[in-house]
Design a protein around this ligand. Sequence first.
Ligand code: ADP
Ligand code: MG
Length: 360
Amino acid sequence: MKRNPKSRTTSTTMSAITKVPFSSLKVDTRIRRAIAEEMRYEMMTKCQAMTIPVSVKGVDVLAKAKTGTGKTLAFLIPTIDRILKIPMRNRDGVFALCISPTRELASQIAEEAKQLSAFSKTDFTQQTVYGGTNVKTDVKRYQRRFPDLLVATPGRLIDLLENHGLSRGIRSLKTLIFDEADQLLEMGFRPEIRKILGLLPPKNTRQTLLFSATMPKDVMGIARFALRDKFEHIDCVGEDTDTHKRVPQSFTLVDESNVMIELASAIQEAVEEDPKRYKIMVFFVTARLTQLYSQIFNSIRGKFKLNVLEMHSRKSQSHRQKCAKSFREGERGIMFSSDVSARGMDYPDVTRVIQIGIPS
Ligand code: ADP
Ligand code: MG
């Protein structure tokens, strides 16, 4: 069978694969068929095998699993299964809401949901909303009919709930998902999350699934606030596997005026380690700085010319998607990025990460 061309399965995903097949799940046959025929996956990852059988029971789940290990399917399978159990004519309003920190991740979730519902298209609707797009277009779409699954970034979600009639549709909410919760909080969305929780039906009337790559204190804080008192805590990581403990790290102090030269030589060094295979990510503290350095590097001609992928919020969505794809799939690449790529994106086989300036 041909490989699924839309898949972002990487070596990280494969290292988390178990011997438990998707076919063993007690979920709607159309979902199982979509996994086998549309997504072409056979075995579950550890995080999927550990959480899906629990989530399908309808209990609240707090799950910790590393980036790239299939968290999206882990929450989408029980969610879509639950939606399909209810006859379409009895569904009036948003049934499941997934909150995602960035547009990229929101689009990835929507794409997986689309594949997963390939054989239940007439029985399942979804909509994705995020900032930087026309609000009216979003509103027009759900005014006709609220989607069964809504995937949203926090800012736009609040706007739609407070000002554009989404609050009417959200009354029927039965599943709430926080994706990449640690990143949501790191990006400073705590006030938004508190606000959103205040605008949603109370927690005892819905199932809440919270997924995160790490479980710092503030994530636990949100968990206590958002999840019912009795929730399942599922740790798919364990203690000693934290990536950052296995990766050598070093730092250099440089004068502002020398950053350019130091960065160029750090990149050069990383390239020379293996000129055939290198993937270098350079993080800057703001979108502006990312833009400035990208433009400077991309305008260098001659011997030191390096093509730099430019990734930050000032770039169009289509540009960002193109860059992400090229960096994910290529054998060589250099990406300059703001914190939009800091978490949740799975770029396989990165050889070097350089951070310029102290992250906020
Ligand atoms: P995470 O959210 O944990 O970072 P994703 O849900 O984005 O990971 O999954 C990364 C990629 O792996 C996606 O393209 C997804 O379709 C794919 N994937 C998920 N589960 C499996 C599986 N069991 N087998 C193969 N690929 C999978
Ligand atoms: Mg994810």
